[in-house]
Design a protein. Structure first.
Lengths: 585, 258
């Protein structure tokens, strides 16, 4: 390296270090100024992480020793799988880096507020880019190391590998993580050139929520297709070890590490050098390309392109406020204009902002999964003529099957109501400065949550009704009951939404304000249980007293309906004073 | 009533606002009459925005009374807010509504008839040069366009009182001029306009009266003539402002550094 080039390279890392040190300073100074509780929590968290790493190391030693014990080997020989562990772990780490870094890089490269400041400062562009890349990479790298290092170090101890194996494992993981981040960065740059960064973040958030929910519920869904067995586990392990392919450069690194650990230098060194060299080369190439794309992409972001749309005819534009955005009926038109305006505005924002929509997706997925489970597990209890007990069981089963949609209705509604006021965010001043009374605002928020939740619940009821026709009388009862039930639940949870309103958020995931949200959640559960009892117990138990079912249903409507109506009116009315003060210092 | 016989449309009587131990607004009193533009000047953190927010009902004063259009903002908030329009310093608008939808929404909040809303929306979009972008989402607007959309929203109900916090920040000269003209027209039609600004030229040329606030207290209020006759020995608004707010020393330091 000649003198200026060396100085330039040194200068680059000097600036990168400066920028990373800035992040450390911000972290340290916010920790120093934090409340004692947060300091203690952070300290405890660090200890827990350290403890977890030690525990994982110990666990991997125990499991590997167990799997290699002669008694296990005579039933299932996993020695080849164990030997391929470094390749599998490195390949997995690469794909995890590739996937997880995408969202983080999008955030740090395009959606932070410090870019204007950094680009205006006399810093090399490459240093800014590298610092941002490392800033995104380091937390994920730490997380991967937390799981990968104990596993691979445990393997090293168990197999009695050479001392060089351990530092080389860290170097390999670091290089692979850089490669993953480099390719992720390229992907981010390419996509952001086509779709605006904020839109990409919204779509990612939405799909992230859907995918994580599908994963969390996949066990529930697939468990019914057949219990897990030893064969299944072996299949899964062999599929994982299938990542160790001789043609994959990621496997070369793993195989090289194992060979070096065993002292086989002639095989190990070329494999490792080749794979690390390839990864480093690809990283630098990706870095150079991303860097160029980044600067031009960032520059394009400053000029927010607006799509030219076909102009609507004048009449269409003029009728916006009259347009029935959500199938407004003549009844809806009788609602005062300010209330209707807030409702339509809220529905529009819920529909258009994927970040809001992702919060509502959970109950939809749960409902779909449990609906499938219900179809598959459908078994009716047979009623024995003259047997009161079997009659109670049959009625209970009918009402329990109607109770499940109520539970999903609660889940759907919770997200709408608890954040009903917080969702306004920094735009709340528009409502606050207008002549909208707290009562009208409360009514608007009530309708915004009530109507979609009712429709959602009726759809679920329709599913239950089609599946197990409970008779027209019970169908009418269920529909009437849900009118009251949803109203009561909205009333209770909306009240907590008003008390817990938080407007100063930038990320919708931070609109909950701690304990009030939890209390609202609990109050919702209490209401659901109470309403279940009041609506369903009278008609389910009426055979005990020999009365007709309609009498039980009437009692249920009077009891449950009465309590629900009280909950729909009294708590929101009590919260009007709080609504008046939302957003006021 | 003032000498022209018009009633005060904005009245602040002994307003106090405390945040913990800090007093942001300290015994502030003033009146703004129909037909005049009142400029509110002060250094950063002097209490301008807090005072304006109290007047439009966004903040509750710790003590004191604010009246808009003759209505007490605290006890008659609906009437007071119905008479006023507000433009904040940061136009935090609903990003996922289009400009047209936003104006329709605000028009509905003020209970205007659909025909009125449609007419005013088209007029205001045209006036602010937002007709082409009217059906685009607010999130795609530049800062200046959002500022103009915010002003259009404040004007949709043709308010008697208009309160603006730094209305020309982020606007190009043409848009800034447009806003100045609109404010003058509003005042000429009998509305009371109150605005805060850091730009002395705007205050000096546009405002009929000026109030200077420093550390939460109104240190001077009146016409330019009144301010000149305060005995500070200055004739230029900038010099008067610096003299009254203690910024002269800073200006001298800056002069030495030149």
């Amino acid at each position: 390296m000649n003198q200026p080039a060396a100085r330039q390279a040194f200068g680059l890392w000097h600036y990168v270090w400066k920028l990373l040190r800035l992040r450390l300073t911000i972290f340290w100074s916010s920790l120093r100024r934090a409340r004692t509780r947060r300091k203690i929590t952070t300290g405890l968290l660090a200890l827990v992480i350290l403890g977890l790493a030690v525990f994982l190391f110990w666990l991997s030693l125990v499991v590997l020793r167990f799997l290699q014990s002669p008694r296990i080997v005579q039933y299932i020989d996993l020695r080849a799988v164990i030997a391929s562990m470094p390749s599998t772990v490195i390949s997995l780490a690469f794909f995890v880096f590739l996937l997880t870094n995408f969202a983080v890089l999008l955030q740090v490269l395009y959606l932070t507020n410090d870019m204007d400041f950094l680009l205006a400062a006399p810093l090399p562009m490459r240093a800014v880019f590298l610092a941002k890349l490392l800033q995104a990479l380091l937390p994920n790298f730490g997380l991967i190391c937390l799981f990968a290092l104990p596993l691979l170090f445990g393997l090293g101890v168990m197999q009695g590998y050479n001392i060089l194996f351990y530092p080389l494992v860290v170097i390999t993981l670091a290089t692979v993580s850089l490669l993953g981040a480099g390719i992720s960065a390229l992907l981010v740059m390419a996509i952001v050139r086509v779709v605006p960064a904020r839109r990409v973040a919204e779509i990612l958030g939405f799909f992230g929520a859907v995918v994580s929910l599908l994963f969390s519920q996949s066990g529930q869904l697939f468990a019914q297709y057949g219990p897990a067995n030893g064969g299944g586990i072996t299949d899964a392990i062999s599929k994982l070890s299938g990542m160790d392919q001789p043609w994959s450069p990621l496997s070369w690194a793993g195989r090289g590490l194992v060979a070096l650990g065993e002292g086989n230098w002639l095989v190990g060194l070329p494999l490792l050098v080749l794979s690390l060299g390839l990864a480093s080369g690809l990283f630098w190439a990706a870095l150079g390309l991303s860097e160029r794309l980044y600067y031009s992409g960032w520059a394009r972001m400053q000029v927010s392109p607006r799509k030219k749309k076909n102009r609507q005819p004048a009449g269409a534009a003029q009728n916006i406020s009259l347009r029935p955005a959500a199938g407004s009926s003549s009844l809806f038109r009788r609602v005062p204009a300010p209330v209707r305006a807030v409702v339509i505005k809220d529905w529009r924002l819920l529909r258009r902002d994927l970040r809001n929509l992702s919060q509502l997706i959970a109950p939809l997925i749960f409902s779909a999964i449990y609906a499938v489970s219900m179809v598959r597990g459908f078994q009716s209890i047979r009623q024995v003529p003259g047997d009161v007990f079997s009659s109670i069981l049959v009625r209970s089963e009918v009402y329990l099957s109607l109770g499940l949609p109520m539970f999903f209705g609660w889940m759907f509604l919770m997200n709408l109501t608890i954040h009903a006021f917080s969702r306004e965010g920094k735009s709340y001043w528009l409502l606050k400065a207008s002549p909208l009374t707290p009562r009208r605002l409360m009514v608007a928020k009530f309708i915004t949550s009530y109507l979609p939740s009712l429709v959602f619940q009726w759809i679920l009821f329709a599913f239950v009704i089609v599946l197990r026709w409970p008779g027209i009388q019970t169908v009418i009862y269920a529909l009437l009951m849900s009118l009251f039930f949803i109203a009561g639940l909205v009333g209770v949870t909306l009240t907590f939404g008003a008390y817990g309103a938080k407007l100063d958020w930038d990320d919708p995931r931070r609109m909950s304000s701690g304990p009030i949200g939890c209390l609202g959640f609990l109050a919702g559960v209490v209401f659901v249980v109470l309403a279940w009892g009041l609506f369903f117990l009278p008609p389910a138990l009426v055979p005990v007293f020999g009365g007709p079912e309609w009498l039980g249903q009437l009692a249920g409507l009077i009891l449950g309906g009465g309590v629900s109506l009280a909950c729909a009116i009294i708590p929101p009315f009590q919260a009007l004073g709080k609504v008046e003060k939302i957003g006021m210092g | 009533m003032n000498e022209l016989g018009s009633k005060p449309l904005i009245e602040a009587e002994h307003l106090y606002k405390k945040y913990g131990d800090k007093t942001a607004v300290d015994d502030v009193s003033f009146k703004v009459f129909g037909g005049e533009i009142f400029g509110f000047l002060g250094p950063n953190g002097a209490g301008k925005t807090t005072t304006l927010k109290i007047i439009v009902g966004l903040l509750q004063p710790t003590r004191g009374i604010a009246r808009v259009g003759g209505f007490d903002v605290l006890s008659q908030p609906v009437q007071a807010k119905g008479a006023s329009g507000y433009v904040p310093d940061e136009p935090n608008l609903y990003a996922k509504l289009s400009g047209r939808e936003l104006l329709h929404f605000v028009g509905d909040l003020y209970d205007l008839s659909p025909a009125q809303i449609a007419r005013r929306t088209d007029e205001l979009l045209n006036l602010f040069g937002l007709s082409d972008a009217g059906d685009d989402l607010v999130e795609s607007y530049s800062h200046g366009m959002q500022q103009k959309a915010s002003l259009a929203a404040a004007l949709i109900h043709d308010p008697k009182v208009l309160v603006l916090d730094e209305p020309t920040v982020g606007l190009d000269p043409k848009s800034a001029r447009l806003i100045k003209d609109i404010l003058r027209q509003l005042a000429d039609r009998g509305a009371a306009v109150m605005l805060s600004t850091h730009i002395m030229e705007i205050a000096e040329r546009m405002c009929d009266r000026i109030g200077i606030i420093n550390q939460g207290k109104v240190v001077a209020a009146g016409t330019m003539e009144d301010l000149r006759s305060l005995g500070t020995g200055q004739t230029d608004l900038e010099d008067i402002f610096l003299k009254l707010t203690g910024g002269v020393e800073d200006a001298e330091i800056a002069e030495v550094l030149k």
